[in-house]
Design a protein around this ligand. Structure first.
Ligand code: C2O
Ligand code: CU
Ligand code: CU
Length: 511
């Protein structure tokens, strides 16, 4: 018996009959051939193979390597990637599992791999103190205990994170759980559940990635790439697509929407499912943020996902400098007309995930002012612990962007709830778990979070602006999680290990 799944997979592989006139009006794109025919199919990062050993641990292998990738058709661009020429495979694991990832660095310089959004032991976080020297292997391991979410991984070498990510090092990390499985969401990877790593790049005339155009606010590309290639199309063998969006750019904000202002449904943000679905026509993602959206299309219809000019710009001085006026195509989605006609997508439940306010009445624990590539007037110092947090503590961090440049704020190890923006509860699309928040100038974001530990007096976590140039310039700080009475046992790296941009040389053998 041929299952329905099988039929749909078959349908996905053959060209689709399309009514070309539907909703894909030629866009005002500054990049790529626009909608419809003539574009390449969206490349899908492979799912990383893994094995579960007798000890119950799910093991993955990653190799950071140099290569060459056809980002633009006909042009081969030197790139870096994990297990391939650009980006990395999608890692996938389930709440309750223990994962171990062996990462070998075959690059000519030290790098690190950070699990963005993941609750991990501090020594396994992959921040700037867990450098992997050339030819070395680092093997972090941790137990996954957090809700289903779309997380990601990327390098974090102090002073050169922007360069390493720009060259191609980044990948997605899907977490699954029972609640997510029971919601009837599109979940066929690469078919109706689409990973979209969205980044901007600039090319020099010889086809190389242009790294010289770094302005004082960071690399801003004139070409948008999705999953490592210029935007293409995806033929959808269903009426509903689930798009997992990552803004993997260094410094570009993406104000995401659909052609004809078609509505979509936001179901998840950085740390997992929202309490309730939210209907939107635009969604702002700053660098590092993720979102999951559902797009419903009738058979034969076409819709183009785009990055539109950024409308959230109050207080930004000369926003065009930061690319706020640009428009780019991201993906053209084409819903199949091939029989059997895809069934109408089921209605979404009104509640997606339970969410209890973490700290409704707690006074603000700490304040963070973002200004001039500094946090609270200090630049990142690899040898300085900026703050310590008690194991198990719930805290409220109040973060304010004190200038007229775009910034955001990311905290390692935990997910937070935005309790208030300027004293007011957040809008519904910011009401779920987040690990990165865009901070509009002169507004104060109160972030409630819990630090579960375990304590580690020797290994700090980071908090920082995720505009990678800002982070590299020092807009970052370090915190330790400590048990009561425990003293920091942090050994600052030797001076030779922290040149800006040169990477460190320390290697951890792992577990
Ligand atoms: Cu996505 Cu500290 O990083
Ligand atoms: Cu992170
Ligand atoms: Cu910043």
């Amino acid at each position: 018996m041929i299952s329905r799944r099988r039929l749909l997979l078959t349908a996905a592989a053959i060209p689709l009959g399309l009514t070309a006139c539907t909703s894909g009006e030629p866009g005002p794109s500054t990049n790529g051939p626009g909608t419809g025919t003539g574009t390449r199919a969206l490349p899908i990062p492979p799912l990383a193979p893994s094995r579960v050993d007798a000890d119950g641990v799910r093991r993955f292998t990653l190799t950071a390597q140099a290569g060459s990738h056809e980002i633009r058709p006909g042009t081969h661009t030197p790139t870096w990637g994990y297990n391939g020429s650009i980006l990395g495979p999608t890692l996938r694991a389930r709440r309750g599992e223990t994962v171990e990832i062996a990462i070998t660095n075959t690059l000519p310089e030290a790098t690190s791999v950070h699990w963005h959004g993941m609750h991990v032991p501090a020594a396994d976080d992959g921040g700037p103190h867990q450098m992997i020297a050339p030819a070395a292997t680092w093997t972090p391991r941790w137990h996954i205990d957090q809700p289903a979410a779309t997380l990601w991984y990327h390098p974090h070498p102090h002073g050169s994170t922007e360069k390493h990510v720009y060259r191609g090092l980044a990948g997605l990390f899907y977490l699954d759980d029972d609640n997510g499985d029971h919601l009837n969401l599109p979940s066929r990877y690469g078919i109706d559940d689409l990973p979209l790593v969205i980044q901007d790049r600039r090319f020099s005339p010889d086809g190389r990635l242009d790294e010289t155009s770094s302005s004082s606010y960071g690399l801003l590309g004139d070409t948008l790439i999705v999953n490592g290639a210029v935007p293409g199309h995806h033929d959808l063998p269903a009426r509903r697509a689930r798009l997992r969006l990552l803004n993997g750019s260094s410094g570009r904000l993406l104000d995401i929407g659909l052609s004809e202002d078609r509505e979509f449904t936001l179901i998840a943000t950085d740390g997992g499912l929202l309490p309730a679905p939210v209907t939107r026509t635009r969604l702002l993602l700053s660098p590092g943020e993720r979102a999951e959206i559902l797009v419903d299309l009738d058979p034969g219809h076409i819709a183009t996902l785009r990055a539109y000019p950024v409308t959230t710009r109050t207080g930004i001085d000369r926003p065009e400098r930061f690319g706020f006026d640009d428009t780019f195509d991201i993906l053209t989605l084409r819903a199949t007309t091939i029989a059997p006609v895809a069934p109408i997508a089921p209605a979404l439940p009104g509640v997606l995930a339970a969410l209890t306010p973490l700290a409704p009445d707690l006074p603000v624990t700490r304040t963070f002012d973002l200004k001039w590539f500094m946090i609270n007037g200090a630049k990142m110092d690899m040898t300085r612990i900026d703050l310590t947090v008690p194991t198990g503590a719930t805290e409220v961090w109040a973060v304010t962007n004190r200038e007229d440049w775009p910034h955001n704020f990311h905290v390692h190890d935990t997910q937070f709830q935005i309790r208030a923006i300027d004293g007011t509860p957040p809008p519904p699309h910011l009401a779920g778990w987040k690990d990165t928040v865009y901070t509009e100038p002169a507004r104060t974001y109160e972030l409630a979070m819990r630090f579960l530990g375990p304590a580690d007096p020797a290994h700090p976590f980071m908090y920082h602006c995720h505009l990678l140039h800002h982070e590299d310039q020092g807009m970052m700080g370090q915190f330790l999680i400590l048990d009561p009475g425990q003293a920091p046992a942090f050994t600052p790296p030797p001076m030779g290990d922290m040149p800006m941009g040169a990477g460190g040389s320390g290697t951890h053998g792992g577990h």
